[in-house]
Write a protein that binds this ligand. Structure first.
Ligand code: CU
Length: 167
């Protein structure tokens, strides 16, 4: 699993994720590769990322917590979320959910001109080996690492276990 070429290999997986989330409109963004470009550039351009709606849900137990967020990509190049670091947990893993099964993955696609959405019941961040039990009202800092883009640092609020974002 080398995140070397963010453009082409992720497309099929990205489409599956997008379909699973019911965002079929985003499929149009996957057809941007016409195999033309020669020198230097990165095909359709660079990813342009921003993060919204991040939260950690207050865990019922002390040793594990889940994190959710949306990474928007306003750029013409795809990217991948490759890891997350936080002082709250010595280990953060990326999980996808298929049906009721969770699977650890090494990266999550952030398709060009689209977004990666982590949400309760879907893809999520799993935080283990917590430094303490996070409490509602607390803010936790997360650093998101990407295959192409520079790391993004955010402050993430802790929400009640039953919290569901509205959109
Ligand atoms: Cu999980």
């Amino acid at each position: 699993m080398t995140p070397a070429a963010p453009g082409i290999p992720g497309v099929r997986k990205a489409a599956a994720v997008v379909l699973a989330l019911g965002l079929s409109a985003a499929l149009a963004a996957c057809s941007g590769d016409d195999g033309g470009g020669g020198g230097g550039g990165k095909g359709g351009g660079d990813p342009k990322l921003s993060v919204t709606g991040a939260y950690v849900s207050q865990p019922p137990m002390t040793d594990m917590a889940a994190g959710y967020l949306t990474v928007r990509n306003a750029g013409g190049g795809a990217d991948e979320l490759t890891s997350v670091t936080t002082p709250l947990a010595s280990e953060v893993t990326l999980h996808t959910t298929k049906g009721t099964r969770m699977k650890q993955v090494s990266s999550l696609d952030v398709p060009a001109d689209s977004r990666l959405e982590l949400s309760s019941g879907g893809d999520h961040l799993m935080l283990t080996n917590l430094s303490h039990r996070p409490k509602v009202g607390e803010k936790v800092s997360f650093t998101l690492h990407f295959a192409t883009s520079d790391p993004i640092e955010i402050k993430v609020p802790v929400e009640p276990t039953t919290y569901r974002p509205k959109d």
